[in-house]
Write a protein that binds this ligand. Structure first.
Ligand code: DAH
Length: 339
């Protein structure tokens, strides 16, 4: 029995030594010292021993158990320390690695211009409204006093989807939608995309952006139009800019006018930016035609108003002296990073 005990001890110490992880050690502990373990099996045979031998063997068995237990505990400590060391090594942060750079985006020049426009008009009490790009001809033309046969409706210049549905050629359609929905007083702007069947070149694109404006109230005159749009130009370009109004024709306004800005590059003398004119065309405008009010069920005897349409590309190109419209759409970072 003495020999059996020393064999068990030797074997146990060997196996513990070879163990490479904590689970193996735990399993060993059960196998060696557990209820069905080898050592217990031997202790069960103690009954067969004589009265003198029993305490001697008992003591020996306890020594073996203690020795194995201690060895297991020591081994576990050792393995735990090793695991921690490995984990720490794996988790080391190399502080000498270069940092990851976050690319910061910028506003597109068209959005800068649009944000400025919105700020200016909101400051004057206007709200910003939206309208559909796929539109009905009645809103884009008919109700804007633009009858069948008018050159603006020419299929050569317009993307028709059906006879009565098209991609809007102007944001002026939102005037009608607004007047049908809201009773005066009205003061809105409506920026958005418009479509015309134009070939792409330095000053044309089949998709571009406008911002419509509409004011309807009692006693609105051409004077309000002039004052408002001049104020707008000064806010946008600085208080010393000069504007002029030139007579024009639009079917939905009477009288109609285009507003020009004195060229801020040459001060009106004539240069490449203003093509020698001294003035740069900025927007179309006019006093809302009585027929348009009637079409929207607004009494022209009671109410009057003015409207305007601004080309956003034109404003951006003037402001940043961009000579080719295509640059605005090509998403070339070398261009966009400049704003
Ligand atoms: N819709 C015109 C265009 O596309 C711009 C315009 C002119 C809008 C006069 C208006 C206006 O509201 O009154 O060129």
């Amino acid at each position: 029995m003495k020999e059996q005990l020393s064999n068990i001890q030797q074997k146990a110490l060997d196996e513990i030594k070879k163990a490479v992880d904590i689970k193996t050690v735990d399993d060993l502990k059960v196998r060696l010292l557990g209820k069905k373990g080898e050592l217990t099996a031997i202790l069960k045979q103690m009954g067969q021993l004589s009265a003198e031998e029993r305490p001697v063997m008992g003591q020996l068995a306890n020594q073996v158990r203690e020795c194995i237990e201690n060895d297991i505990a020591r081994k576990k400590e050792q393995l735990k320390a090793l695991e921690t060391e490995i984990k720490l090594k794996k988790e080391t942060v190399d502080v000498t690695l270069p940092g990851r750079k976050f690319e910061q985006g910028r506003r597109h020049p068209l959005n800068i211009v649009l944000d400025d426009l919105k700020e200016i008009f909101k400051g004057m009490g206007y709200s910003v409204v939206d309208g559909p790009e796929v539109e009905e001809t009645k809103y884009v033309f008919d109700m804007l006093n633009t009858d069948e046969g008018h050159p603006a409706r020419d299929p050569q210049d317009t993307f028709y989807i059906t006879d009565k549905i098209l991609l809007r050629t102007q944001t002026s359609s939102v005037q009608i939608r607004t007047m049908l929905k809201t009773k005066p007083p009205i003061a809105i702007i409506s920026p958005g995309r418009v479509y015309r069947s134009d070939a792409v070149d330095a000053t044309h694109s089949p998709i571009f952006h406008q911002c419509e404006g509409l004011v309807i109230d009692k006693g609105i005159t051409f004077g309000d139009l002039k004052g408002t749009l001049e104020m707008f130009a000064k806010r946008l370009y600085g208080s010393d800019v000069k504007v002029r109004f030139r007579p024009h024709h639009f079917p939905y306004t009477e009288p109609s006018a285009e507003m020009d800005l004195q060229c801020f590059k040459c001060g009106g003398k004539g240069c490449s930016l203003c093509k020698g004119e001294g003035w740069i065309e900025m927007l179309g405008s006019g006093v809302v035609h009585p027929q348009v009010l009637i079409n929207c069920d607004i009494d022209p005897e009671e109410y009057s108003g003015f409207a305007f349409g601004i080309g956003l590309e034109r404003i951006a190109m003037m402001r940043y002296e961009i000579d080719d419209m295509r640059l605005l759409y090509e998403n070339d970072l070398r261009f966009l990073k400049q704003f």
